[in-house]
Design a protein around this ligand. Structure first.
Ligand code: GLC
Ligand code: GLC
Length: 811
């Protein structure tokens, strides 16, 4: 069953039934200032950090789901309704929610009144605009009342949910003209406040929540709206809100537009006050003036659309497969930008409180957006590398506001450092900018300990070399990519975290996933060394890589697949000898991508085993059989019920590793088949089961051993976005930036006749046409660049600012 449809021309998903199986959300904002918006108007807004600078309140795990947000009430006679359906949930004559590229549009109509609410954050602006249009489509004069509503909570969002003895006393507001200011804690340590305004005169307002709603009422039954008149309350403590009240009279056919703004202001310490305890409103007024007319708002909206035209214009495809095109051209790239901005912090599954920017996560996210915003990618790499230590280890996460490592979670996830080689090499291949390697980058955020960025890569590489276990395989530390494979943890205490507890000395447990990762990015490191003339270093590094390959072949092969790990006692994990968890996806993915033992047929065997043991209707599960009991020596992985999360769930992030592995041995049909199983646009028809948005990837789909296979959770913030984009564009479609040019070596379904791609690369436009006359999956017979045939599969760097035509004939 579907709850809407894709409008590809507008790059929107149009939800036509508000009762989606889970709130289907969108993100507004592109830099610094963001909002999450659900299809019924739920969500919240923050500046940079959803924990420390959240402007409005949001209640996770609420009953009913997704209550609280940016709400509008329309009172028309005795009928009260909301343009986004919630909170009133009055049956609407028409409802539509269009989630587009950084904006959301609601259309709701009832009894001859049509409304449209357009929500977006103008580029470079610290405020959310809501343009509300109200139109009378009846033949009578309409007198209606419009009430806005948001809940302020601009203080620590974690504290907001725990520290009521304080927070119920601190709330302070000011009201002037049509603007409601939230100035809680402003007089002490804050230099920032927020405000909610509307560009027209109001008939009243409220700022005290209980007066507006009524202590025992819900958002769907507010006293003030029922009574049809604001109380003009001023909040003193308790829960400050902002609600405007506007009386509207509309002739038949008449439309009126209102511009609301939820803004965030920072002022200089010396400039905080207008007069005693009256805040300096000047900056807020300037912000309001920027968008005080519909024309100004529309211009900013058009600018935003153009911004996205440009971003998405860098890679576009025409494959003849509608569902694929809409993933690659629109939604997958969009999601990559969202993961760039949010990392794993704020979604409807991530509370915005717990996690900052992940070292491994943010490095991996980068491969999905580096082609769109290379300058910001470079900055991100430097931010991440700055949290590393001289020995290559690093903080697992860092806070977006301070950019400092997060000591509460610490480090010792031994895969972490290697991802820096991935992000750096992909950045250089995309841009050709080797100067990044020379940039001075601090260790542990200490400028006096800065070294060239190259030294960070070297430290990453040698962190593995210096931390090998008994089989000369990489020690796992607290965990590798799989956060839940905690082989040194041995936790019996339900009150401790698997991620931060390490009860055992970690000098035995080894990871084959890190081994594969090391071979893959170790080779990349060697290439980089050669390119910058560090030949001795390249020779030495090559030895370590070959040693690792040998160690994997000798100790990491189980007969039909790669082992997953050795546990603390030196016992195999992910072996046919095990009763549960006989085979795992991560080591099959990484050792295949790294082509370890490819000539001896190991890669092919491993991937055949994946098909046989891990594949199912909804994707590839992480391990099989899933664990059914707690294995103290494995940690969190064995705590999840079978079929969920890291215990036999379809952890979408790692499925593309297998897709890429398949392309290494030329199996395009298999690779694409895996792609379609988890790509959200292909799952639209089963939305009822899948539950989460059909336009973005989710982290996890319940696996074959789960109670409800196919049911998904944790949409949006997942490495799934970047890896799938990377797998489809660079390995299946096969258009891959390389140091000396654009490599084109597709591995596609044999039934395809070919495809087209337009790609910006190093300042030029490459118009690529791929022909597959013999219906094969892989193999390039001819490569024609601007009419001339060239050898190999790499199109050289072509003249900037020009369009170039490239034909690839497979055969
Ligand atoms: C989550 C984490 C990621 C980890 C993965 C597997 O997605 O954000 O860092 O690799 O889970 O455990
Ligand atoms: C939990 C989750 C895992 C995530 C980790 C982050 O272990 O299961 O997916 O990566 O938390 O700390």
């Amino acid at each position: 069953m579907k709850y809407g449809y894709f409008d590809d021309d507008n790059r929107e998903y149009v939800i036509t039934n508000p009762k989606t199986p889970y709130p289907w959300i969108n993100y507004l904002g592109n830099e610094d200032f963001f909002s999450l918006t659900s299809n019924t108007g739920g969500g919240y807004t923050f500046y940079k950090d959803a924990k420390f600078r959240r402007l409005t309140r949001y209640r996770y795990n609420n009953v009913p789901v997704d209550d609280g947000g940016k709400y509008f009430y329309i009172k028309d006679g005795d009928t009260v309704w909301s343009p986004g359906w919630k909170p009133m949930k009055t049956e609407l004559d028409t409802y539509e929610c269009r989630h587009g590229m950084s904006y959301t549009k609601f259309k709701g109509a009832k009894n001859g009144v049509e409304t449209e609410v357009l929500q977006f954050i103008p580029l470079g602006f610290w405020g959310e605009i809501q343009k509300v249009s109200v139109k009378n489509t009846s033949s009578e004069v309409k007198k209606i009342k419009l009430f806005s509503f948001i809940e302020f909570a601009l203080w620590n969002a974690e504290d907001d949910m725990t520290n009521f003895q304080r927070n119920f006393n601190t709330g302070e507001v000011e009201v002037e003209d049509s603007v409601i200011y939230h100035k809680t804690e402003f007089k002490e340590r804050r230099n920032h406040y927020s405000f909610y305004s509307v560009n027209q005169a109001i008939n009243g307002f409220d700022t005290d929540r209980e007066s507006f709603i009524g202590l025992y009422n819900g958002f769907d039954n507010p006293d003030v709206v029922n009574e049809g008149k604001s109380k003009n309350t001023i909040a003193h403590g308790w829960s400050p809100i902002a609600s405007h009240y506007i009386e509207i009279e509309l002739q038949p056919g008449e439309q009126k537009d209102y511009v609301f703004m939820l803004g965030y202001v920072e002022v200089d310490e010396a400039d905080k006050w207008e007069s005693k305890l009256v805040i300096n409103k000047k900056p807020a007024k300037e912000m309001i003036a920027k968008f005080d007319t519909v024309e100004k708002v529309d211009a900013a909206y058009n600018e935003l659309r153009t911004y996205w035209d440009n971003l998405l214009g860098k890679i576009t495809i025409d494959s003849g497969e509608e569902k694929l095109d809409r993933m690659v051209n629109i939604w997958n790239q969009y999601q990559c930008m969202v993961t760039f901005n949010m990392s794993r912090s704020a979604s409807f599954f991530e509370s915005g409180i717990g996690r900052g920017m992940g070292f491994r996560d943010s490095n991996q996210d980068l491969i999905g957006f580096v082609h769109q915003i290379p300058e910001r990618a470079r900055e991100r790499i430097v931010d991440i590398a700055s949290t590393q230590f001289e020995d290559g280890s690093c903080y697992h996460q860092y806070q977006p506001l301070t950019k400092k490592g997060n000591a509460a979670i610490g480090g010792d996830f031994n895969d972490d450092p290697l991802w820096l080689i991935l992000s750096t090499s992909e950045y250089i291949k995309e841009t050709g900018d080797f100067s990044l390697l020379d940039e001075m980058v601090p260790f542990d955020n200490d400028a006096s300990r800065a070294k060239p960025h190259f030294d960070h890569l070297k430290a990453s590489f040698y962190h593995v070399v210096n931390n090998l276990g008994p089989h000369k395989l990489p020690l796992i530390g607290r965990a590798d990519w799989n956060d839940c494979l905690n082989l040194n943890c041995f936790s019996n205490d339900p009150n401790e975290s698997f991620q931060t507890t390490g009860n055992k000395k970690g000098d035995t447990a080894e990871s084959l996933m890190i081994a594969g990762l090391f071979v893959m990015y170790g080779k990349e490191y060697v290439k980089l060394c050669k390119r910058i003339g560090k030949n001795d270093e390249a020779v030495e590094a090559e030895v370590h890589v070959s040693n690792m390959i040998e160690a994997v072949k000798k100790h990491g092969w189980d007969g039909d697949w790669y082992l997953r790990a050795y546990d603390y006692y030196g016992k195999k994990i992910g072996s046919n000898e095990n009763e549960e968890g006989k085979i795992f996806i991560e080591s099959q993915g990484w050792c295949s991508m790294a082509e370890i033992g490819k000539e001896e047929g190991l890669v092919e065997k491993s991937l055949n085993s994946v098909k046989e043991h891990l594949d199912c209707e909804y994707g590839i599960v992480l391990n099989s059989p899933a664990f059914t009991k707690y294995h103290i020596e494995y940690g969190e992985i064995s705590t999840y019920p079978a079929g969920y999360k890291e215990n036999g769930g379809i952890f979408c992030h790692n499925n593309p590793w297998i897709m890429i592995g398949e392309t290494m041995i030329g199996r395009g049909d298999e690779a694409y088949d895996y792609y379609t199983k988890i790509a959200p646009s292909f799952l639209e028809d089963i939305s009822e089961l899948h539950k989460v948005e059909p336009y973005v990837y989710c982290q996890m789909i319940a696996g074959k051993e789960a109670f409800k296979p196919g049911e998904a959770k944790n949409s949006w913030l997942s490495g799934t976005a970047s890896w799938n984009f990377y797998a489809i564009t660079q390995y299946i479609l096969g258009v891959k930036p390389d140091y000396d040019g654009l490599s084109i070596n597709p591995c596609i379904p044999s039934k395809w006749d070919g495809f087209k791609m337009t790609r910006e690369f190093r300042g030029a436009t490459y118009n690529i046409e791929v022909f597959n006359p013999k219906h094969i999956s892989k193999g390039v017979l001819q490569l024609i660049v601007n009419g001339e045939e060239i050898e190999g599969v790499i199109v050289p760097i072509l003249e900037k600012g020009k369009k170039h035509s490239i034909q690839v004939i497979m055969g």
